[in-house]
Ligand binder design. Structure first.
Ligand code: NDP
Length: 288
């Protein structure tokens, strides 16, 4: 069993440390506000006096704080202890954040693996939790058993920013779902109906529509948005226009849906009314 240090004991860091303890690892913890370490000490963790103390003899250090500014602040306190260490950073940030931190850590002589946690704290160590990793392959391989005890792990290659990119892309899908859910809710409840009842219609509808995604993904990959189109963009632009008009009639703010309406109309105006909705991506991935 490895000696693992966890820096950052918020909701997520505490869940990571508790899971490692349950799995029989020797766990050292550190948090800026020391009181948050006490429940973990009661469960068998050693409390370190500083980030450098925590890293000093750890086989693996896991960092999980609120953002990259905090991550950098913690690591600067441990600067002298970094050489030769293995660091996994599970703090949420952008691909550039990850690349910059990876470069800084490499300059101090440590191996770096970035990670994106696709789970909430109670899911850590349970089925259904996923962590995306990218960065040092050797580090991932060295600590695979410990990392896989936290969650299913998907290694995405040596680019340290890749895990953050995929993490944020998955969250984008989630927030798209939530914004559609919220707009649908505002429309339906404007008539006095209940959202829970409406969900019996919405859920199977979303499941049915998610069945169209493999076809749309193929169109995005090939760039051939005009093949086998069953619901053309010109028709969909009218539906989106109707949703925006209905929202105004029902006194519902059209903000969520208006972005989609605007981009779809723009694509139709550019002469792509016969294409599938996948073609809208050509407008957004070229915006500066
Ligand atoms: P919390 O708000 O519960 O905890 C934040 C942690 O960051 C605390 O340990 C806090 O220390 C520390 N911190 C903040 N600023 C500093 C600083 N300047 N120097 C040192 N430490 C600092 O957040 P979570 O634990 O929930 O989230 C941690 C990371 O995990 C985030 O990047 C988040 O996006 C990610 N994550 C969280 C999920 C969740 O559902 N909670 C899900 C997936 C990812 P202190 O106690 O001293 O304030």
């Amino acid at each position: 069993m490895s000696k693992i240090s966890v820096l950052g004991l918020g909701a997520m860091g505490s869940a990571l440390a508790a899971t490692l303890l349950r799995n029989g690892h020797s766990v050292t913890v550190w948090n800026r506000t020391p009181a948050r370490a006490e429940p973990l000490a009661a469960a068998g963790a050693r409390i370190a006096a500083s980030p450098a103390d925590a890293m000093a003899d750890a086989d693996l250090t896991i960092l999980c704080v609120v953002d990259y500014a905090a991550a950098r602040a913690v690591l600067e306190e441990a600067e002298g202890a970094l050489a030769g260490r293995d660091l996994v950073n599970l703090t949420n940030g952008t691909p550039r954040d990850a690349q910059e931190l990876a470069d800084w850590v490499a300059a101090k002589g440590a191996a770096y693996l970035d990670g994106g946690i696709m789970a909430i704290p109670p899911m850590i160590g349970e089925a259904g939790a996923l962590i995306l990793y990218s960065g040092s392959t050797a580090l991932f391989e060295r600590h695979k058993p410990s990392l896989l005890a936290l969650a299913e792990g998907r290694f995405l290659g040596e680019d340290p920013g890749r895990a953050a990119l995929y993490d944020l892309a998955l969250l984008s899908g989630m927030y798209g779902l939530f914004s559609g859910f919220l707009h649908a809710g505002a429309l339906v409840t404007s008539s006095g109906a209940g959202m829970s009842d409406f969900l019996t219609l919405l859920l199977p509808w979303l499941e049915a529509m998610s069945g169209t995604l493999p076809d749309l993904a193929g169109k995005i990959d090939s760039g051939l948005h005009d093949r086998n189109v069953v619901s053309n963009l010109a028709m969909q632009a009218i539906a989106l226009e109707n949703i925006v008009r209905a929202s105004r009639e029902q006194n519902v703010a059209p903000d969520f849906i208006n972005a989609m309406r605007r981009l779809t109309a723009m694509r139709v105006d550019q002469g792509h009314g016969g294409d599938d909705i996948s073609g809208v991506i050509e407008l957004i991935r070229r915006l500066e």
